[in-house]
Design a protein around this ligand. Structure first.
Ligand code: NAP
Length: 285
C-alpha cells in the first residue's frame, strides 16, 4: 500500500480509467464526481467517495482533477463546496484537464497563497492509453512539486515531462491537439477521396498502417471508421474547445483556421460522438 492519500475529481471517459490505475497501484483513492452515478464503478474496486471537492481535499494529500473545461475548473475551485472553501494547506493539486494556460496561472497563484501547490499536467493519449497507464503527460509548475508528484504521474503515463512554469503544460497540450485535429481531418478526407476513386476503406487503411505514414492514431481511428463505431473516446466537442483555446492563444495558421471551421460546423450534430465522426460530417457536405 502506498501512503500518499489521493483525491480524484472528474470521472468522465478519462477520469474513470486514470483513477482506476491509481487504485490498481494500491494508493488509497477518494473520488468525487458531479454526477454521482459515475462513482459506482470505482467504489466497487475500493475507492472512497467524497460529497464535495472541499471534503475531498481535506481528506487527501494529492488532488487530481480531470474535467471538461475552464468553467468546470472554476466551479470545482470556487463552487459552494469547492476546493477553495476547505481548510487545506501543503496539498498538491494536479489539473490534468485540457484547459487554458490562463486559468492554470490564476489557480496556481491562489493555491500558493494558501500554502498549496498547483501543477497543470494535461495528457496526450486517449481511453486505451489511460486504461494501461501509457499516457504522455506534460507538466507546468514548480520543479519541487513536480518531483514530489512524479512517482504518481508515472503510474498514469509512460512519461511525465516538466515543460515550464504554470500554464506551460496547457500551452504544450494545445499545440499537440492542433496536430490531432489536422490528423483527424486529414485521415477522414483521405478515406473519402480514396472511396470516391473506388478504393475500399479496409484496403486503404491496411496500406496506410503498413506504410511510414501510419501511426497509433490511424490504427485506432481507422478501426473506428471500418467498424462504424463513433462512440466517444475523445468527444468531438472537446476538440472544438481545444481549437478555440489555441486560437485564443494566438494560433491562426492556415490549417488551424480550417480545422476549427470544420469541427465547429460539425459540433451541433456530432459533438457527443468521437473526434473521428468528422468523417460523417465531411461525407454529408
Ligand atoms: P468527459 O467524458 O466529457 O467527462 C467530463 C468530466 O468533467 C465529467 O466528470 C463531468 O462531470 C466533469 N464536469 C464537466 N463540467 C463540470 C462542472 N461544471 N463541474 C464539475 N464537473 C464537471 O471528458 P473526458 O473525455 O474524460 O475528458 C476530460 C478532459 O481531458 C477534457 O479536458 C478533455 O479535453 C481532456 N482529454 C480527453 C481525452 C480523451 O481522449 N477523452 C484525451 C486527452 C485529454 P459529470 O459526469 O457530472 O458531467
Amino acid at each position: 500500500m502506498n501512503n500518499t492519500k489521493i483525491g480524484w475529481i472528474g470521472l468522465g471517459n478519462m477520469g474513470i480509467p486514470m483513477a482506476g490505475q491509481l487504485i490498481k497501484a494500491a494508493y488509497p483513492v477518494t473520488v468525487y464526481n458531479r454526477n454521482k452515478e459515475k462513482e459506482t464503478s470505482l467504489k466497487n474496486i475500493g475507492a472512497d467517495i467524497a460529497s464535495s471537492p472541499a471534503e475531498l481535499i481535506e481528506k487527501t494529500d494529492v488532488v487530481f482533477i480531470m474535467v471538461s473545461d475552464d468553467k468546470a475548473i472554476d466551479e470545482i475551485f470556487r463552487g459552494e463546496r469547492g476546493l477553495l472553501k476547505a481548510q487545506a494547506s501543503k496539498k498538491i493539486i494536479i489539473n490534468m484537464s485540457t484547459v487554458s494556460p490562463g486559468i492554470s496561472k490564476e489557480m496556481a497563484k491562489i493555491c500558493k497563497q494558501s500554502g498549496n501547490e498547483y501543477l497543470d499536467a494535461p495528457v496526450s493519449g486517449s481511453v486505451k492509453q489511460a486504461e494501461t497507464g501509457q499516457l504522455v503527460i506534460m507538466v507546468g509548475g514548480d520543479k519541487q512539486a513536480f518531483d514530489k508528484a512524479k512517482p504518481i504521474l508515472e503510474k498514469l503515463g509512460k512519461m511525465a515531462l516538466l515543460v515550464g512554469h504554470n500554464g506551460a503544460g496547457n500551452s504544450t497540450k494545445l499545440a499537440i491537439n492542433s496536430l490531432l485535429a489536422y490528423y483527424a481531418q486529414g485521415l477522414a478526407e483521405t478515406v473519402l477521396f480514396a472511396n470516391a476513386q473506388g478504393v475500399k476503406t479496409e484496403d486503404l487503411l491496411n496500406l496506410i498502417n503498413n506504410a511510414a505514414i501510419g501511426n497509433t492514431f490511424t490504427k485506432i481511428k481507422g478501426d473506428a471508421i471500418t467498424q462504424d463505431n463513433f462512440n466517444a473516446a475523445f468527444a468531438l466537442k472537446h476538440i472544438v474547445k481545444d481549437l478555440k483555446l489555441a486560437k485564443n492563444e494566438g494560433l491562426s495558421s492556415p490549417l488551424a483556421q480550417t480545422v476549427l471551421q470544420t469541427f465547429e460546423d460539425a459540433e451541433s450534430r456530432y459533438g457527443e460522438e468521437d473526434i473521428i465522426a468528422i468523417i460523417k460530417a465531411l461525407k454529408n457536405n
